[in-house]
Design a protein around this ligand. Structure first.
Ligand SMILES: Cc1cc2nc3c(=O)[nH]c(=O)nc-3n(C[C@H](O)[C@H](O)[C@H](O)COP(=O)(O)OP(=O)(O)OC[C@H]3O[C@@H](n4cnc5c(N)ncnc54)[C@H](O)[C@@H]3O)c2cc1C
Length: 217
């Protein structure tokens, strides 16, 4: 899909509107870099937010979970959700405690989560979940059998009504606070991978695959 994300009343960012964007490519970059989505819904027991892995599949966010999951089962008919993905880029230290902030890139998507039942679509989603986290891993692992596939619910949320918010750069102290004499600036944050740790149960003395050795986000 091309074009802008849908700006509606509920996706209009009111505070710091200069940080708002409805650019689809920017949203996709954030979604493709992120690894955890916070998914909000109400299946009758009050508003709930859960962290989930996800993948972007074309113009949708796909989510999955065990069929035994109490709340996922409630999605059989399709339900409204809100999905948020955030990348934390830095801690912003200002003169005043009040002006401390964070540098970030985030996306909020509203939409109906629909059950994916088509076998080919479900298989594409399974591949996307793994490749999103560790590119190339799908082809280097056993793929789901029918039993595993049937035990898994896959949901798809269209990326249509959505917003992007990005904060970057130094602190923004009020003029009256500038020059108070405290250290101010940004502590950049990034996600880095450590050295891969072989599974003690793994059979054979296998070399660490390059995609694990050189893992980068
Ligand atoms: C890591 C992080 C920490 C934050 N900490 C705080 C905090 O402690 N207190 C606080 O008030 N705010 C915090 N924010 C900002 C917060 O996400 C909202 O942007 C803020 O509350 C003001 O929203 P608003 O009044 O403009 O929008 P609202 O009127 O609250 O929301 C309207 C719409 O704007 C869009 N929107 C709002 N925020 C975002 C976003 N971050 N990304 C994408 N779309 C968005 C959504 O579509 C939402 O439905 C934080 C953001 C991030 C990413």
């Amino acid at each position: 899909m091309t074009g802008k994300l849908q700006q509606t009343d509920r996706t209009t960012i009111s505070r710091h509107s200069e940080r708002a964007s409805y650019d689809r490519d920017t949203a996709y970059e954030i979604l493709d870099e992120g690894m955890v989505a916070h998914v909000g819904f109400d299946v009758g027991s009050g508003v709930t937010v859960v962290p989930m892995t996800y993948a972007r599949l074309d113009d949708a966010i796909v989510l999955h979970g065990a069929i035994a999951s109490r709340w996922l089962a409630a999605f059989k008919e399709g339900r409204p959700v809100s999905v948020c993905v955030t990348l934390l880029d830095g801690l912003v230290l200002a003169q005043s405690a009040f002006s401390h902030s964070m540098n970030y890139r985030s996306v909020v998507v509203f939409g109906d989560a629909r059950l994916v039942t088509d076998k080919a679509c479900k298989d594409r989603a399974f591949k996307a979940f793994l490749d999103h986290l560790v590119p190339a891993r799908w082809d280097d692992s056993r793929q789901p059998d029918d039993k595993e596939s049937e035990a898994t619910i896959v949901l798809s949320v269209p990326i249509r009504e959505a917003s992007v918010k990005v904060r970057s750069g130094p602190p923004q102290d009020a003029a009256k606070d500038q020059g108070l004499g405290y250290w101010t600036g940004v502590i950049p944050l990034e996600l880095t991978a450590g050295e891969p740790i072989p599974d003690p149960a793994m059979k054979g003395n296998l070399a660490v695959p390059t995609y694990a050795l050189n893992y980068k986000r």
